[in-house]
Design a binder for this molecule. Sequence first.
Ligand code: ADP
Length: 928
Amino acid sequence: MDLNNVLNTALCFPKGQTVRNRLLMAPMTTCSGFHDGSVPQDLVEYYGKRAQGLGAVIVECCFIEPLGPAFPGALGIDSDKKIPGLARIATAIKQQGALAILQIYHGGRMVEPELIGGKTPVAPSAVAAAREGATIPRELSSQEIDVLITKFGDAVNRAIKAGFDGVEIHGANTYLIQQFFSPHSNRRQDQWGGDREKRSRFPLAVLDIAHQMADRAEANDFIIGYRFSPEEMEKPGIAFEDSLYLLEKLAQRGLDYVHFSVGHWSRSSIIDLADQTPLITRYRQAISATSSLAKVPVIGVGGIVNRSDVEQALAAGYDLLAVGKACIVYPDWWQRLHSGETLTLEMKSTQREALSIPEPLWYFSLVDAMIRDVQNVGKKFKAGVYHEKVEAEALKLIIDVQLDTDRITDIRLQPDSSLDVDFTQTFEQLRSRMLVANSPYVDAIAGATTQSEALKKAVSRALSTSTKHWAEDSGVDPASLEHYDVIVIGSGGAGLAAAINAHDLGAKVVVVERMPTIGGNTLKASVGMNAAQTRYQRDKGIQDTKACFYEETLKGGRFKNNPDLLQQFVERAPDAIDWLAKQEIVLSDITITGGMSIDRTHRPADRSAVGGFLISGLVKNLTKRHIDVLLDTKADNIEFHQGKVSGVRVVDEYGESRILHTKAVIVATGGFSANTKMVEHYRPELTGFVTTNHKGATGSGITLLQNLGAATVDMAEIQIHPTVEQKSAYLISESIRGGGAILVSQAGVRFCNEMETRDKVSAQIIGLAEKSAWIIFDEQVRSQNKAAEEYLAKGFVVQGDSVDDLATQLGMDPSVLTQTLETFNQGVRQQQDPLFGRTTALRHPLDKGPFYAIKIAPGVHHTMGGIAISTQAQVLDTHNHPLAGIWAAGEVVGGIHGANRIGGNAVADIIIFGLLAGEQAANWVKTV
Ligand code: ADP
């Protein structure tokens, strides 16, 4: 079919509706609904504007009942109250002459509990999705399934009342309807599960009720389409043949169209990677002319932007095409195609309002990645394909990195017979993350960290090489590219916060990091960030004061803390929490740590460990701002002569050194817990202790600054953490004790107040004959703490169905452990601990099995001492004078925590002083 026909030829759906041409807007999540899923005005404009010229608009999926929303800002069709808002969308679309179709769905096990008021999501079976951290859903009873089907019916009814021309049943994207068809998520043995025929029953029932509703409303030509994901990666999972089976069954009952859910219209199998045949070709080959499915129009989606895409996709066998990103970037896409324009998927950052894109959608990563401001990109590349080696353990391969002048356009693996499927999957996921971010600095793929880091490094090398080539071709001295306003040494939390803040205040910034990965020891932070008088505390009705936070930190630090630094710390803490929230790093859940009397430890809403969450959020912000991080690059000297900074000498992974020029330096190199010699030098009695820290915590920043005459304070104040799993040197988070756990000796008895400060608890453990102890907790503590899952997965945890069972496995007398728990539980009920005077985290009796135990002993954890700084984070010399142009922040600094750091205060410290150092350095640069 030639293009003009496509643009103007109508198609008649099987039930009789006519669509004026073959081009539709694809259903795309906008995340722009109100909190209850109702429709805001800007969404009406967004859809209305985009309907121009198109055959139809398929409006994003709407959840059919309150347990259904699968993402924040989802739209709902779960009550009659939603009808007027949805009607406004339908009217706006139809006014443009396009058909209005609405997608309906239920997220099932893909729903996060926090989206549904903390409830457990529902699914065909109690099987979690195959992704890290996925919630185990609750199995639906057969009665509940009957009710759900009627709710799908109600949703169809509401769509009719709202004036839509049809609905698309969302049987894809691993949502509930797909979950019923999938052998991975549906393990039922009743009429809804078992073989393929039985697993088809739920989708068929939803289709049936949709027809019934349309019949009842006498909407005889009401369109009913079905969206499907052709295959599943899971094992067992849906194969393409299974999908064809289901589609034929659906078609036999009457369908107006089927809609592929794939990233690109030409996609081939994701299971059989050797077979490159596009799925649409296999689809056309597989269905016989006499089948019911042969009469059902097929919609293709993905990668439709220009004329040639439309022509090729239709020639491949689709009847209709759904257009996604191009419709976001060009509300008048159809007209532009008509007039023969060649389009690229790019927008300027100033265009949001003119394009009527709701704000949440604008910040959505897929859309965000299309925003380009050439002057803002910062990096210039020589366009071309760069070949880079990727080496990680047994993996050795070559990738081709294709660059345009300002972005990464593709990353491909060179064919290699030794590649296994697991790696190919890792590669595909990482590739798409890097392309979306237009940067190699993206989160690693869970479970494949080493390979991910190697790939990221290879892409990063390609970028530097191409920048050098660009400089050579343009007659620019490559060395001149390495002139900065501020160089940040160290990419932990302090360094990244400093870099972002300095950038936002106008400085040209680079971060240098000696390790091959970003994040430093911050990545290991688990419990959270302390702050008093924050908005999240207010929301939860927690009464707190900065004065109390100050006093408790001072007491915890045995009154050795520098009072002025501590004052800054406490004062700036709530603003630091707000700053993080502005960068979309929201720490809204609150817990408590040892040494504090009030819940003031802020952590992610899903209660996951704070470190990874923080670094991943900061890295996204870095990427957004095009701030470079030079990995595998060690700072080995700060060029500081006659009171003036001129540069930093760095050594790269090949041992080559060069000078990066700068006006200011921020040293954020972390502590020295991993430098055994230094630890032993200051504290000989810690010889032989394991450390919880990463390898980069060597204290090199302290030496760098001492060479320039900087002073140090409190160097012998080294904290040992009481609860470290010894074989792995893995830290068992304080949040387990904060969640209600206790410590017992090998004899099965408690021996201290577990919520005392780290130094005191450590001393008590070392005082035991066995010099180790067991953390004991129950199912309630486990269920409220994500870290516990990680410990289980790592094999640290001994589990017993009953207290007796656990005691036997731990080699303890069961009656002693039982007595210990009974006494503790009685105390919890009365909110007191006569034995050891514990007053906090007496959350609930430890009486819900299974019961758990982890063996722990202390390990070197934090170095409180370090470089002396002023209250403005300037590095001080031994005469208390600032070294001009040099700031320090984070664990490299001494004085804030005194003789002992409270859990949750390290993250606070790095963000507060990182931001301060960034701000001070950027402002200072403007004056020189
Ligand atoms: P903080 O918590 O204070 O931010 P982290 O330990 O999280 O500290 O991060 C400090 C980072 O600094 C680590 O990633 C470490 O590898 C890096 N680092 C330490 N010394 C140097 C150095 N000389 N050059 C570059 N990076 C360094």
